[in-house]
Design a protein around this ligand. Structure first.
Ligand code: ATP
Length: 425
């Protein structure tokens, strides 16, 4: 923690809905905290429980277990029973359909919640409404549009108006549920930058929900990846991408080569040696990975380096052959067979290798990451690995299975994150 106050604390919340086969837990014991001023994202595929989590925070759903604190105050608790109404939680919300009022002007859209607050005697004085509205419209770059009907705004402007309305009351927490998903691709990308700039300028703590990994990686301070109602990994965007904890995270966030492997023994500097169908590789492992254990190895395509000459004094180099290539303009993708594996390598467009070229394939050790399988249990060993090729069990590697989140920090933090190159599952 950075010494900042905690704006939102969610502890072990559960939310179940009746289904065809009895109760189904949409949210299954989720905990996280967001520090003041931070941008926190719940990322996951459709149906993983992100929106339900957000709705529990908003007070639009009542939780079946667990507790939620906003700015130090319990707003939802199962035992003892506490439930603070949504309009008393001091939140701003923008949803997928940003629900601005088309029959009102831009000014009135933003002023409406402030006037409503005034009527309930909790709001700001009447005289303060106009300057507040003008100020927040300026922040979202809609100055000059005050008297325009909201229905006459473009998609991006309507989205900014929804944000202005959510921010007008100076909320303690801003909740955003896929707010960019109705925009076309170009605008969505611009709005990403815009939204992040605005969030930083205003300094409002933000909980963001999306299934789009590019949004999550580019905007967030922290990302929690969800699967089946649970958080399977929470980390910085860079660590989520570079150090995925599970097969699911490695696959869902970006594209990766996943190799079935077995731990052979300890390598140098906290690495382990693994047997794979491609060959023996050294890799970074979570603490507690046991020898002989079946494991999965994740290597991003941009980390699979191709050489025509064998690199000297470089570890993790195996022989391979180019099977297929796909020129994509900004990069070239090569399918390379290495031992019994077909691996994807992403290269700069200047790299020009013909099919059937024999190559030396380098797998930088720090980018070979051992990940656990989806459910934290060990996968069966690959069928054609040789049982007799195992080394003696090294000290300190006796625990039963990979421990999520126990991966040491990345030694190399250079370079930009690559653009997304596939669809999430
Ligand atoms: P999406 O990105 O598609 O919105 P999500 O990750 O936000 O998905 P949720 O909307 O939270 O997922 O839904 C999680 C699960 O709970 C889903 O299986 C969904 O069908 C179920 N669910 C959500 N709301 C209800 C409800 N009111 N009644 C019954 N089931 C519900």
């Amino acid at each position: 923690m950075s010494g900042r106050e905690v704006a939102l604390r969610v502890e072990e919340i559960v939310k179940a809905f009746p289904g065809t086969e009895g109760e189904a837990r949409a949210v299954d014991g989720i905990s996280f905290t967001i520090e003041e001023g931070r941008f926190y994202t719940l990322l996951g595929p459709s149906g993983c429980g992100k929106t339900t989590t957000l709705r529990c925070v908003a007070g639009l759903e009542r939780t079946d277990a667990g507790r939620i604190w906003l700015a130090g105050r319990v707003v939802s608790s199962h035992k003892p029973r506490v439930f603070v109404r949504p309009d008393e939680r001091d939140l701003g919300m923008v949803f997928q359909s940003y629900a601005i009022w088309p029959h009102m002007t831009v000014f009135d859209n933003v002023a409406f919640p402030l006037r409503a607050m005034g009527r309930r005697r909790r709001g700001i004085p009447r005289a303060a409404i106009r300057p507040r509205v003008l100020d927040v419209l300026e922040k979202v770059q809609l100055s000059g549009y005050e008297s325009r009907m909201a229905s006459k705004l473009s998609g991006g402007q309507q989205q900014r108006l929804a944000l202005a309305r959510a921010l007008a009351r100076d909320p303690k927490l801003l909740l955003l549920d896929e707010p960019l998903s109705n925009l076309d691709a170009g605008l969505r990308e611009r709005m990403r930058t815009e939204l992040r700039r605005l969030q930083r300028t205003v300094g409002v703590t933000t909980l963001y929900v999306t299934h789009d990994q590019s949004e999550a990686l580019s905007m967030s301070n922290r990302v929690a990846v969800m699967e089946g109602g649970r958080i399977v990994q929470e980390a910085s965007p860079r660590d989520i991408y570079r150090r995925p904890a599970t097969r699911f995270v490695a696959n869902f966030v970006g594209r990766t080569n996943l190799l079935d492997a077995r731990v052979l023994g300890g390598g140098d500097g906290g690495t382990l040696r693994l047997e794979t169908r491609a060959g023996v590789l050294h890799a970074v492992c979570p603490e507690g990975t046991r020898q002989y254990e079946a494991a999965s190895l994740s290597i991003r395509p941009e980390d699979v380096r191709l050489h025509v000459e064998r690199p000297v004094s470089v570890p993790n180099v195996l022989e391979g052959r180019v099977e297929y290539r796909l020129f994509l303009g900004e990069s070239v993708e090569y399918q390379v067979s290495v031992g019994g594996e077909l691996l994807l390598s992403r290269q700069h467009p200047d790299v020009d290798l013909r099919r059937r070229t024999e190559v030396f394939v380098e797998f930088p050790v720090q980018h070979c990451i051992v990940v656990s399988d989806e459910h934290g249990s060990t996968a069966p060993p690959p069928a054609d690995l040789d049982e007799d090729s195992q080394d003696g069990e090294p000290e300190g590697l006796q625990d039963a299975r990979p421990v999520l989140g126990a991966v040491p920090p990345l030694p190399v933090l250079a370079g930009e994150l690559p653009a997304r190159i596939d669809e999430p599952r």
